[in-house]
Write a protein that binds this ligand. Sequence first.
Ligand code: PEP
Ligand code: MN
Length: 257
Amino acid sequence: MVSIASVPVGGERFVVIAGPCAVESRGQLRAAAEAVFRSGAHCLRGGAYKPRTSPYSFQGHGEEALRALREVSDELGLPVVSEVLDPRQVEAMDPFVDAFQVGARNMQNFSLLQALGASGKPVLLKRGLSATIEEFLLAAEYILAAGNEAVILCERGIRTFEKATRNTLDLGAVALLKRLTHLPVVVDPSHATGIRELVAPMARAAVAAGADGLLVEVHPRPEEALSDGEQSLCPREFASLMEGLLPFVHAAGRVLA
Ligand code: PEP
Ligand code: MN
């Protein structure tokens, strides 16, 4: 079990981490955070530094976004998860986040993994775009071996020949990881599908596959999002995801609240 501030991940409770892909403004963050809080999410996500495929795409608001995350998090009592891109950011980000996210594109950034190993804060490690399960576990091992046992694995879809979905959600990996390791495993159905309508069904499938939680993108107005709008849920859709999840969580012998 790994605790993100006061929220244990990998125990009886199925944990939902939700929020915008990127922090775009205080108003947008607050609206997203209040919506996910009202619907029963346990932690808040939000990107301050965005690893975009194009250097011309929105790169995140950096420290200003981190300050907003900390403020809203403290107000609502929702621990914050945010992505770190570079080992030089670890110390500066530390006071603002309750867990560091390592993105798919950085899964094998070994100097970043080692710096996080020395940090003592939980790390949500995303599977690389084309990483095998062995490579994924060895990346986790870098953090563990550097002295940090608080690692949460995140299956976020992998690259396959299929282009109809953004990535291919590897639910077999979830079931296998639960057998191979003691580390908690969460699923990101947002990046795994890239399609808003598929997020809730894949969230339910994740519960059935044995996942310990979810990472879900939520935006107050997805059509205006600066990143990942097509896969972001609006507050009403997120509320409905949470409601629909409940019987599946109970069937898996777990609790949500
Ligand atoms: C994200 O969580 O917004 C993100 C960039 O995810 P990934 O690293 O899985 O692409
Ligand atoms: Mn995103």
